[in-house]
Ligand binder design. Structure first.
Ligand SMILES: NC(=O)c1ccc[n+]([C@@H]2O[C@H](COP(=O)([O-])OP(=O)(O)OC[C@H]3O[C@@H](n4cnc5c(N)ncnc54)[C@H](OP(=O)(O)O)[C@@H]3O)[C@@H](O)[C@H]2O)c1
Length: 283
């Protein structure tokens, strides 16, 4: 249960996602004090309501919750650096493929929440899936829900469905931008039949990965609607947005490779799911 306190949130990594989370939380200045550590100092630009720490030690001294917003490939190096500094802090990881168990293995018995938001966080329309680790409690999950509500809607799921969520709601915007790009649709005026076509494809893909019909419909509808809203509200083309969500070696890239070869959305999601599993093994 939330009481009227100022929550001190630390974010490690101020890239695509970390910066959006920082800005959205800082916009709720009466609730959150936001502090960031970013190793690339050129990115640590002035941002209203966001403070920057010079190093991890300083950040960890000043926050109660730490959000890990770096690439899965950089994760283990960071976790080794964080070991022994977590104390009683809540750790929230948004990395594709990294399980709470993996974080616990490297950090010890710490409270970990795993979150999978998507690019629509920029317009506060992300659908974020959340799951909790072995040592996190229901209050931690509730608190994390409040945080990610600043970015859109939140769905609690079992951890064993997190890689599937990554392939559907995390990478789904990539399939949607690719589809719009290649269907000669007007991004500012997507007809209803095309919207429903994309929802059906993503919903079917979600069912292929094991989501029940209700979760599949929820994730598909929210991801499609939010991606279309993002397209309308930014001046970016579908191609530009697709490029922004396609990290090298990431889950969206794996899904898009399949679509380019003429595969279905279900097959694309399976490839993204497999990439999420592979990212986990790399750790
Ligand atoms: N982008 C999306 O749409 C999306 C959606 C859902 C989840 N995610 C997850 O979010 C995470 C971040 O993705 P992103 O797209 O925001 O990545 P990004 O743009 O590459 O941002 C990560 C930032 O963290 C910095 N960094 C790396 N190691 C660090 C360290 N030890 N301490 C401080 N800063 C460090 C990186 O610097 P360098 O570039 O110099 O390495 C980079 O500026 C990933 O794990 C991804 O799976 C992303």
């Amino acid at each position: 249960m939330k009481v009227n306190l100022l929550y001190k949130i630390g974010i490690i990594g101020f890239g695509n996602m970390g910066s959006v989370i920082a800005h959205k939380l800082a916009a709720q200045a009466s609730e959150y004090e936001v502090r960031v550590f970013e190793k690339d100092k050129s990115k640590a630009i002035k941002a209203k309501g966001v403070s920057f720490s010079e190093d991890i030690s300083d950040l960890m001294l000043k926050v109660d919750t730490v959000i890990l917003a770096i690439k899965p490939q950089d994760f283990d190096r960071l976790l080794k650096e964080l070991k022994g500094r977590i104390l009683n802090k809540l750790v929230i990881s948004i990395a594709a493929g990294i399980s709470t168990e993996h974080v616990e293995k490297l950090l010890g018995n710490v409270r970990v929440i795993r979150a999978m938001p998507n690019i629509a966080a920029r317009i506060a329309e992300s659908v974020t899936c959340l799951s909790k680790g072995n040592f996190a409690n229901d209050d931690d999950l509730e608190f994390s829900k409040e945080i990610f509500n600043c970015l859109g809607t939140v769905r609690n799921i079992n951890e064993d469905m997190m890689n599937a969520a990554t392939a559907i709601s995390g990478s789904g915007p990539g399939y949607i931008f690719y589809f719009i790009e290649n269907s000669a649709l007007d991004p500012d005026n997507i007809p209803e039949h095309a919207r429903h076509d994309m929802m059906r494809r993503l919903e079917k893909a979600a069912e292929v990965l094991g989501f029940n019909t209700e979760d599949a419909a929820f994730l598909a509808a929210n991801t499609v609607n939010a991606s279309i809203s993002l397209l309308k509200s930014t001046k970016s083309t579908p191609e530009e947005l697709r490029l922004q969500v396609t990290s090298k070696g990431g889950t969206t890239e794996a899904g898009l490779e399949v679509l380019r070869k003429g595969g279905s959305w279900g097959e694309a999601a399976q490839a993204a799911f497999k990439r999420a599993q592979d990212l986990a093994k790399r750790g």
